[in-house]
Design a protein around this ligand. Structure first.
Ligand code: NI
Length: 135
């Protein structure tokens, strides 16, 4: 169900908001506001240690045996949080791995930090999103 409300906002801010809408190709202000509110609510879920979901993306050289061993060892410590993982061989030496996670925000952050501590990782990123249950 949709509800209508009016908003008073600084002139400069609304101009910036309108160019944000254009740049991001939102259909209108309502759609853009809904998007931003949901972003804020997902951020709160993570801040408040709620049940969240996400994806960890890693890039590494699989010739680094110690790195691969650590990567697997850590994942086996988080079997409650890891839903699935996908491994893609990018080229002769580089691998990309996507680990789909779910659980308390603190646990996911701990997993992220444990993985970050592995020496030799080329890149790691967390897409922090929601289970969708409360939004
Ligand atoms: Ni590979």
């Amino acid at each position: 169900m949709l509800k209508r409300f009016s908003v008073s906002i600084d002139k400069l801010l609304i101009e910036q908001f309108d160019s944000f809408i254009k740049k991001n190709k939102f259909a209108n202000r309502s759609q853009a506001i809904g998007h931003l509110v949901r972003e804020a609510l997902v951020g709160l879920e993570w801040e408040d240690n709620k049940e969240v979901a996400g994806a960890l993306t890693l890039v590494y050289d699989h010739h680094k045996r110690d790195l691969v061993k650590q990567l697997l060892g850590i994942q086996h410590d988080f079997t409650n949080n890891i839903i699935s993982s996908q491994h893609v061989h990018l080229d002769h030496k580089n691998c990309l791995e996507i680990i789909v996670v779910k659980g308390k925000a603190k646990q996911i952050r701990e997993l992220l930090n444990r993985l970050k501590s592995i020496k030799g990782l080329k890149h790691i990123a967390l897409t922090a999103t929601t289970t969708g249950a409360q939004i």
